[in-house]
Every structure is written in C-alpha cells, then in structure tokens.
Design a protein around this ligand. Structure first.
Ligand code: ARG
Length: 460
C-alpha cells in the first residue's frame, strides 16, 4: 500500500512500481533519513506541534530502527517506493499513531533534499582524507627524489632538465586545489532545506534553525522553491570529482608511459601490477589504466546531472530522482580509484639512472648552453641560433652537447671556452633553476615541506 494511496482507486502497476521506485539506490541514505527525521521530530515537539510524548516515541522508534538496520536485524524492503517511505512505514508499524505524526509540516521533497545533502557531506569527509593522504605521499616521495634529475617534457619531447620530486609536486599542487574545491562545495551545501515542505513551506510554526543546529548544519536555505529544487551541490561535487579524475587520469597516463620499456622511469610494485594470460614477460599497469578509463564514468555522471536539471521548471520534479545514481557513482568511483591509486604511488620505485640517461639524451641543456653565451655578452637570439647549430652538429656526429669537442663549439662561436661543460652539466642546470616554483632540489624540498604542513593543518 502506498503512502499516498487515499486518492487512488487502484494499486500502482507492478511494472511501473519498479520503474518509479528509488529504493535500490536511495536505501544507502537510511542513516541520514533517520537522523533528519529525528531532528524534525525534536523540532515538532519543541514547537508544540506534536506532544513531548509523541516526540520522544518517534525518536526512540527511529533510534530502534537505526540500530536494527545497523545490526542486521531489519532488512530494507526492496519493494518499498523509497527509503523515506520505508522508514516512515516501519516506524508507524512499530509505534502506531505517533509514527503517523512524524511527517507533519514536511514533504518528501524537502526530506530527500536534506537526506542527499547530509549523505553527500558524509561521503565527502572520507574522500577528503584520501585526497590528503595522496598529497602527503606525493610530498614525501618528492622529498626522497628532490635531487633525481629527469627530463621535463613539452609535446612529449624532452625539453629542459627538472627533478623527479618537482614533477611529483606538480600533482600535489593539483590535488591540493581539489581539496580546497571540495571544502568549498561542502561548505555551500551544508544548509538545511527542511521546512521548505513540498515547495511552499508550511503553515506550521516550524523552527528551521533549531532543526539545522540539531543536524550540525551551518544554516538554512532561504527560499522554499529553491530549497526543494536545488541540486547545484550535486553538480558542484560532480565537477570537483571530475577534476580529481582529470588529475588522476593525467598522472595515470604518465605512470603508464613511465612503466614502458621505452621510458622505464619507474617500476610498479608487483602487488599493484598484473600479468598477461599469454605473454609471460608482461607486467601491466592495469590500475593506472583503469583509473584513466574510469574518469569517463565520472564525467558522464556530471553531464547526466547537468542534463537532468537543465529543463526543469520549479520546483520538485520526479526527474530529480535521477540525481542520486549519478552523484553516488561519481563518489564511489573516485573513492575506489584512490583506494588503489594511493598505495600504488606509495610503493612505486623510481629508477633514477634511467631518468638520468634519458635526460642526457635529448639536448635538454641547450637552453643552458645558450644562456652561457648570454653570460658572455651575446644577445639571447644570437645565442639561441649558435646553440641550434651545435645541436645540429651533435646530431650529425651522433654526439651530445657534453661530448662535442670544444673545437666545434669555438667554430660555431669564439666566445665558448672550457667553462661551457660545467655550464651545461645537468645537475647544475637543475640546481640553478631556483626561481620560486622552479625544479631546483632546494625548492622541491621547501615546497614539499610546505605542502606537508598544509596537509597536517587540513587533517585537523
Ligand atoms: N524518491 C524521490 C527522489 O529521490 C523522493 C521524493 C519524492 N517526492 C515526490 N514528490 N515524489 O527524488
């Protein structure tokens, strides 16, 4: 029997019942639904809208239901319309008339809006911890690898010398911003829509602030139509999660490249790699590939949410029931990705010799060679041209700037002397890039320490 059965002459068709029902995916909000109802009941009693006695009965009844679900004594009925209906029905079955008074001055529209806000807040907290732990792992790895020379790339062509620690810290920066975005979205979401009713609030003298305080929320929504129709917070969170996936996916792409024999900059731990069913030699970076692949789902969730909302007139429309699977999937996916990704990064082994070898092979000190001539008084454009000629000579003779004889240098430009070899030594080229934000080992250490401190603060 439906909650709203009074007005109808027939039961809902079975096929439609399953189509209409959301319990298969909203049952996970049972805790928030119960917490929300407890706050509502406490408020109703405080305002004298229900008796103290009924208020107490409702709260005790709800507490019993929560304990029974938690301890596996009560199974959620999959044929119920949604979690709100199920819990209210169960409460009424347990405590009778008092249970029927719970929904006074409330609609499922403000109820579901509240439940979703509370549930997403509860999902955001552990995700934030996972992000912070990834940032911490990156900063720690950066400290260990502050001196490791590697080629930095543009266009996937070796470009200039950097340090591996610097490269890792670039991701720490992205993920730190993601934590900030998450905090921001949660802060905006953390207000109670309870009291918005179905759309037009209610004539009962509700104390909305009281209910919000009970729920540990920072305030209340200001417009009842917006209170029930707003899902911006789900979109914002999906956008934050999408950006997290962009970052993890870019990182994954690099991990995959670095694991290949073409690069071999890192070795993933066996526990975070997989083999092939036919090729005995294979060790595949499946986790990184899956993370890269799963980014698509999360972007899809964001697009789905945007599309559901874009044509909806105010206030509540059933289309909005589609919000949950999308945003839950986005959270679940990112959580799963991070659960595998963080220890994969933590256990990966950098191979500094291979990085150094790659760094030696791509003329990545050419800019430093040109800068050397600038130091001798040559304008940069002329120095750039002279160095280009040197690189061409190296390519012709199968040499590097380090192994090209001084004689060739002096033929191209008489300003060169022995000192050039010191000037183009890769370690020096990296160490001298100590402009704020640059890859010099001392900078990497300072940035890693700064970020580690930030993580500690954020974890408080
Ligand atoms: N299951 C619904 C949802 O997820 C709850 C709200 C139902 N309200 C309504 N008027 N049908 O959106």
């Amino acid at each position: 029997m439906k909650l709203w059965a009074g007005r109808f002459h027939k039961e809902l068709d079975d096929k439609v019942n399953d189509f209409n029902s959301s319990i298969s995916f909203d049952s996970r909000m049972f805790r928030e639904d119960i917490t929300g109802s407890m706050a509502h009941a406490a408020m109703l009693a405080k305002q004298g809208i229900v008796s103290e006695e009924d208020g107490r009965r409702i709260r005790d009844g709800l507490a019993g239901i929560l304990a029974d679900i938690d301890e596996g004594r009560l199974e959620i009925d999959r044929s119920a319309e949604d979690i709100h209906t199920f819990i209210e029905g169960e409460l009424t079955a347990r405590i009778g008339d008092a249970g029927k008074r719970l929904h006074t001055g409330r609609s499922r529209n403000d109820q579901v809006a509240l439940d979703l806000r509370l549930h997403l807040k509860n999902l955001a907290a552990p995700l934030r911890e996972q992000l912070l732990s990834l940032v911490r792992v990156l900063a720690e790895k950066a400290l260990e690898n502050a001196d490791v020379i590697m080629p930095g790339y543009t266009h996937l062509q070796r470009a200039q010398p950097i340090t591996f620690g610097h490269h890792l810290m670039a991701y720490a920066e992205m993920l730190t911003r993601d934590v900030g975005r998450l905090d921001d979205a949660v802060k905006r979401m953390d207000v109670s829509p309870l009291g918005s009713g179905a759309l037009a609030s209610t004539t009962y003298p509700l104390d909305r602030d009281f209910a919000a305080v009970q729920l540990g929320m920072s305030g209340v929504t200001h417009n009842s139509l917006d209170g029930v129709a707003d899902r911006d917070y789900a979109v914002e969170l999906a956008a934050v999660l999408s950006l997290v996936m962009v970052h993890l996916s870019r990182f994954s792409e690099e991990i995959i490249l670095w694991c290949s024999w073409e690069f071999k900059f890192i070795e993933l731990d066996d526990a975070f790699s997989t083999g092939s069913s036919i090729m005995p030699q294979k060790k595949n970076p499946d986790i990184a590939e899956l993370v890269r692949g799963k980014s698509g789902r999360v972007f899809g969730d964001l697009m789905g949410l945007l599309t559901v909302l874009k044509g909806l007139p105010l206030a509540y429309n059933k289309d909005m029931q589609e919000d949950k699977e999308a945003i839950f999937d986005a959270f679940d996916t990112v959580r799963m990705c991070l659960t595998a990704f963080v220890p994969m990064i933590e256990t990966m082994k950098p191979l500094p010799e291979n990085m150094r070898r790659a760094a030696a092979g791509g003329f990545i000190n050419a800019t430093d060679c040109a800068d050397y001539l600038v130091g001798k008084g040559l304008p940069f454009r002329d120095a750039y041209k002279a160095t280009g000629e040197l690189v061409a000579r190296c390519i012709d003779q199968g040499l590097t700037l380090e192994t090209l004889p001084l004689q060739d240098y002096r033929q191209v430009c008489p300003l060169f002397d022995e000192g050039v070899f010191e000037a183009i030594a890769l370690e020096r080229c990296a160490a001298l890039r100590r402009v704020y934000g640059g890859p010099a080992p001392e900078n990497v250490r300072a940035q890693a320490e700064r970020v580690l401190k930030l993580v500690k603060e954020a974890e408080k």
